[in-house]
Design a protein around this ligand. Structure first.
Ligand SMILES: *[C@@H]1O[C@H](CO)[C@@H](O)[C@H](O)[C@H]1NC(C)=O
Ligand SMILES: *[C@@H]1O[C@H](CO)[C@@H](O)[C@H](O)[C@H]1NC(C)=O
Length: 369
């Protein structure tokens, strides 16, 4: 308990009060908090003890069941988690104190203490507000530096199975959004993203994106997109190793989905992937396939302007390819007149010079066939 002179709330309130009232009255803020506020390290330790309690209670189930005690633990835990959030994010107009954040982060990621694991495992048992606080705390901790190193990344590298637990959240409606949000924060670290990209989890995203619950499905899509676009080198490696099954699923389940939103998001993501410099080999492979071209031509004919435009950004790559395989040339020239007429009429609501330039190039390419 020593070395705890500057707890977040008390410190900031004391200084802001002092600033507002002139020095000397600064101590006035203290008495309110003195008995309650703990220093960052103690807040983490206390939370950890309470979380272990919660877990033991759950595992013990009916034996020793004491609802009164459980309620008290929960209330205490809620407060403790709120305190952590206040240290990391500041409180109202009080900015967070760097040293307090550093101390908290160090204690949080201390080896063999499992604080993050306990929080993730216990998350389903907490109330909604506390779950949101936890999500924010974990997001913040992913960015905190200790001695100019981001220690969250090292922690995740040593505890990769936590990512499996987070992935399992998609099967549980109650927790899916929270786990998905936390997972997205974790894959800011390349080591975590690479672990998921190398795992069987990637296959499951195609089902999660089609879940009937719209919120979960779109959150799963956001995580999926992040995995495939954030860390360029890892994503490029993933595409080259998993090209066949991945794009076959992508075409069949996403681009050909009966759901408009899935088709639109997927078409846009496909453009993001294929137009990225780090994915040039993948792009060349993709635009050499007849099946892919047919899917994109169908998307060009969609009712929705948004999908048409996203599809155009991919379609132009088929046309621009200077080394078109005969089957691609075959389809494009068989549909030459229709395509040129369509493109000539295809305009956007607002002016877009790059689009007009691209369109002219595509028309020229197809006319030459
Ligand atoms: C942070 O930890 C150091 C070393 O344990 C301690 O001296 C300092 O008072 C702590 N600072 C805060 C804000 O808790
Ligand atoms: C392209 O042309 C072929 C042959 O004329 C036709 O069967 C096919 O439906 C056309 N494809 C599209 C997407 O319009």
């Amino acid at each position: 308990m020593t070395g705890c002179l500057w707890p977040c709330a008390a410190a900031t309130i004391a200084t802001t009060t002092a600033a507002a009232m002139g020095s000397g009255t600064g101590r006035r803020g203290w008495w309110l908090f003195q008995s309650k506020v703990r220093c960052p390290v103690d807040v983490v330790r206390h939370s950890r003890d309470l979380l272990s309690n919660v877990l033991e209670d759950r595992e013990a189930c009916s034996n020793n069941h004491d609802p009164k005690r459980e309620q008290k633990v929960m209330a205490d835990l809620r407060k403790s988690i709120r305190e952590m959030k206040c240290i990391l994010y500041g409180n109202g107009d009080a900015e967070p104190v760097t040293e307090a954040c550093t101390n908290l982060t160090k204690e949080f990621f201390k080896e063999n203490m499992n604080t993050l694991r306990l929080l993730i495992v216990c998350l389903p048992y907490l109330d909604l507000e506390t779950q949101k606080d936890v999500t924010q705390i974990i997001a913040n901790l992913q960015r905190q530096k200790v001695d100019s190193r981001i220690i969250a990344s090292n922690y995740l590298e040593a505890n990769k199975d936590l990512l499996d637990i987070l992935m399992s959240g998609y099967d549980n409606v109650e927790i899916a959004i929270h786990y998905s949000t936390i997972l997205r924060d974790c894959i800011r670290h390349q080591v975590a993203a690479r672990y998921i990209l190398d795992s069987q989890h990637m296959k499951k995203f195609f089902d999660y994106i089609q879940l009937p619950d719209f919120n979960i499905a779109s959150d799963a899509f956001r995580t999926f997109k992040e995995l495939l676009t954030r860390h360029k080198s890892s994503a490029a490696e993933f595409f080259s190793r998993n090209y066949d099954w991945f794009f076959s699923e992508f075409n069949f389940k996403l681009l050909s989905s009966p759901n408009y939103i899935i088709r639109r998001q997927a078409t846009q993501l496909l453009g993001d992937i294929l137009l990225d410099r780090s994915n040039i080999p993948v792009m060349i492979c993709y635009v050499s396939s007849k099946e892919n071209l047919i899917i994109l031509m169908n998307l060009l004919r969609e009712q929705s302007k948004a999908i048409q435009l996203e599809a155009f950004h991919v379609f132009k790559l088929f046309a621009a390819n200077q080394d078109k395989p005969p089957e691609i040339v075959g389809i494009l020239s068989a549909n030459k007149t229709k395509l040129i007429r369509f493109l000539a009429d295809f305009s956007l609501d607002k002016e877009d010079q790059q689009f007009e330039i691209d369109k002219a190039k595509v028309i020229a390419e197809i006319s030459m066939l």
